[in-house]
Design a protein around this ligand. Structure first.
Ligand code: ADP
Ligand code: MG
Length: 257
């Protein structure tokens, strides 16, 4: 358990290089338990890379990320960082749910099978228990009548909601969303956002990269604007949207609003 006043997610001085390409240039960001942190910014600003570092899909070049009591990707001994073993990385990753722009469901599995796969295979959960939980989760995302459908029989919005249920099935402490509605036809966006709003209201800690400014305004506890691998501006979403303090934020918002 983390202390009440200590943020659940702490990103400190995060740098990421791809070869000589300096993509993240000292990102600081904290998210308290139960908070929704919305991240916006132009394409190429490093939003996905940041999420991928939190989720251990990328190695960190410098800086630290804590999720709860875990130091992501590393173990600290006498002030020096050492890489974790594959098993420890897998254990940390299980605690962090991620939903991508592309839903990446297993095409040969039904919605239900997609949701029970990780709990049964990775966590070793009893199959019947996993099924019961999957039924609940699919009902929660509005797909209680689609449990036996294959991804190809579902709309993009429905597939994305299965992907959300699948991530939740691992009972993560935090959920990361990387432009979850960007690949959807406009009429399907609302249902996915509504599921995310319900999840936020249920107390889930979330980091959401999105261009949906309405979502940021309505459910965001914080809004962070990134550009060129740095955090340009961060604070109360309604304040930033109404009165951005930086020209770059203003210019970006004028394009997406
Ligand atoms: P965003 O999600 O904000 O659009 P990204 O995090 O995807 O930005 O990318 C930030 C920068 O890092 C871009 O310049 C991109 O080309 C570069 N980049 C992302 N992934 C890789 C990679 N695997 N190898 C090399 N460069 C990458
Ligand atoms: Mg991205």
């Amino acid at each position: 358990m983390t202390e009440d006043n200590k943020p659940l997610v702490r990103i400190e001085g995060l740098h990421k290089y791809y070869g000589h390409h300096h993509v993240l240039k000292g990102i600081d960001m904290t998210v308290k338990k139960g908070e929704v942190a919305v991240v916006i910014g132009p394409s190429g600003s490093g939003k996905s890379t940041m999420l991928r570092c939190v989720n251990l899909m990328e190695t960190i070049s410098a800086g630290r990320i804590h999720v709860g009591d875990a130091l992501i990707g590393h173990r600290e001994i006498n002030g020096k960082l050492h890489d974790l073993h594959t098993k420890e990385i897998a254990a940390q990753r299980r605690n962090i749910g991620m939903v991508f722009q592309k839903f990446n469901l297993f095409p040969h599995m039904t919605a239900l099978e997609n949701v029970i796969e990780a709990p049964v295979q990775v966590k070793g959960q009893n199959k019947n228990e996993a099924k019961n939980r999957a039924h609940e989760l699919l009902k929660m995302v509005g797909l209680g009548d689609k449990t036996q459908h294959y991804p190809s029989q579902l709309s993009g919005g429905q597939q994305q909601r299965v992907a959300i249920a699948r991530a939740l099935a691992m009972e993560p402490e935090v959920m990361l969303f990387d432009e979850p509605t960007s690949a959807l036809d406009p009429e399907l966006v609302g249902d996915v956002l509504n599921v995310m709003k319900d999840l936020a209201r249920s107390g889930m800690t979330m980091i959401v990269v999105t261009h949906e400014i309405g979502f940021a305004r309505e459910v965001g506890d914080t809004l962070t604007f990134m550009d060129g691998g740095v955090v340009v501006e961060s604070g109360d979403p309604r304040a930033i949207i109404a009165d951005p303090q930086h020209a770059r934020t203003r210019e970006f918002l004028s394009r997406v609003l």
